[in-house]
Design a protein around this ligand. Structure first.
Ligand code: MG
Length: 464
């Protein structure tokens, strides 16, 4: 008989969209009610200095899946724009190795549900990147047909994207789905997968549509929210978390399952979203853009009720989960992520000496220990130094007082520029791999006035 401690853990990775550092009760929110997520944190470890590798969707997700900084894998500048659009020819190539690839090769069942956003062309989809099956939106929920943001001027055609596709594996099974009901459908699919895969080690990647705009919610959550549609979306995520946690309990899998909860980038910081107490928001390399909630629960192995300020990143998931799952990390390429298992299991120190903040291909800031040196913001030089331990809100620039610290951090800046490149200084980077490029890109859907859409046009104009 196998010793229970030798059983390879199941993994459930829950990734939200644009959920901010200050949006959960266990991170200080009083606006949103998140009892299930707070309880998850209480059963495990909460990270207070966890970073996504980008303040926007596509590069953040590509980095998490591959364990690499976005410029390492061609996800810095996406032909001049920061995220992928429907039918774009770019995507994560087959040559890149994802968390799902390594776990599947080690015998895991793999399922993805929700937002993908690292390429929608053949070869770039979840089923091309290690997932046995997929149900979800291939990109953002504001990338369908919805009322234009501005009233069209005379003689100017309104701008429309193709109908929003819902994919099952590689097939479009619905266009313009009812977004208010989509999270419930995702949860149903998650439960079906958990029951089906219960006897094998499994990896479920659930990437919520919420809280990315436009926000459509079910009536129950709209009624009970005290923070408008945003709070209702957060509470929908909390509800879905409670269903998954309960299902794992009913299946007897709680002790053997690692549940991870995080978000792809910071909140936009408007309409009810919060990155408090951090400065900045989505699209920025201030802390609020890239430092996000990160909770890991594994009752069989991780001691409950912990919080840590050790620096960790989404790129660490690949080596960490590979290590815990008995899978192989690719040895033929540079992986920027580091194994976090000592932090998770033994209260060990961060494996990172340095963390880099890239906006597209621009190196905008660097963190070493307590110190963060800013270099630029969206193409404009901006050199400032902050002590994140004393001043997590990045309010008191202490650049002039610490020339020695600046000199030390600049050594790391030069190393990063040499390896990953920096568009601001014109350095190309010596260790970068190309993004995938589809030769004949075609959008997954085309608008057809005779198609029986449930909603031919979403009635909210918000784009995020
Ligand atoms: Mg996002």
């Amino acid at each position: 008989m196998t010793d229970p401690s030798d059983r390879r853990p199941n993994i459930v990775l829950i990734n939200c969209d644009d959920l901010g550092y200050g949006d959960l009760g266990c991170y200080g929110s009083t606006a949103n009610r998140t009892p299930a997520i707070d309880a998850l944190a209480g059963r495990g470890i909460r990270f207070d200095s966890f970073y996504m590798a980008s303040p926007v969707c596509s590069p953040s997700r590509a980095a998490m899946l591959t364990g690499c900084y976005p410029p390492r894998i061609g996800f810095g500048s996406l032909d001049g724009i920061p995220v992928l659009f429907p039918g774009q020819d770019l995507g994560l190539p087959a040559s890149e190795v994802t968390i799902a690839d390594v776990l599947r090769a080690a015998g895991y069942r793999t399922q993805m549900i929700g937002k993908w956003h690292v390429g929608d062309q053949p070869g770039f989809l979840p089923t091309d990147h290690g997932f046995d099956h997929y149900l979800g939106l291939p990109y953002s929920n504001d990338m369908g047909r919805q009322v234009p943001m501005d009233a069209p001027a005379d003689g100017v055609e309104p701008y429309y994207l193709p109908p929003l596709p819902l994919l099952l594996d590689d097939d479009v099974i619905e266009q313009q789905p009812d977004q208010a009901g989509l999270t419930e459908r995702y949860v149903t699919e998650a439960v079906r997968f958990l029951r089906d895969a219960r006897d094998d080690p499994f990896f479920l990647y659930l990437a919520h549509m919420y809280v990315h705009v436009p926000i459509y919610v079910q009536e129950r959550f709209a009624r009970q929210s005290t923070n408008g549609p945003y709070g209702a979306a957060v509470e929908s995520i909390d509800w879905s978390t409670s269903v998954i946690v309960r299902e794992l309990e009913q299946l007897g899998l709680t002790d053997d399952t690692i549940v991870i909860f995080t978000s792809d980038n910071g909140s936009r910081g408007v309409d009810g979203g919060s990155n408090a107490p951090l400065r900045g928001a989505k699209t920025t390399t201030w802390e609020g853009g890239m430092r996000v909630p990160f909770i890991v629960s594994w009752p069989g192995r991780i001691a409950p009720g912990q919080a840590t300020g050790e620096v960790a990143t989404a790129m660490d998931l690949l080596p960490t989960l590979a290590g815990l799952g008995g899978a192989e990390v690719p040895a033929d390429r540079t992986i920027d992520g580091r194994d976090l298992s000592a932090v998770l299991l033994d209260g060990g120190p961060s494996p990172h000496e340095v963390f880099l903040y890239y906006w597209m291909d621009d190196l905008e800031a660097v963190r070493v220990g307590r110190w963060k040196l800013h270099l630029a913001k969206h193409g404009t030089e901006r050199v400032e130094l902050y002590d994140l331990d004393a001043d997590p809100g990045e309010r008191d620039d202490v650049l002039a007082a610490h020339p020695d610290v600046v000199a030390e951090l600049m050594v790391h800046v030069e190393q990063a520029r040499s390896s990953l490149g920096d568009a601001l200084t014109g350095e190309p980077g010596s260790d970068r791999r190309p993004i995938g490029r589809a030769p004949h890109p075609v959008p997954l859907t085309t608008y057809d006035p005779d198609h029986p859409y449930y909603l031919a046009e979403y009635d909210l104009s918000d784009r995020g």
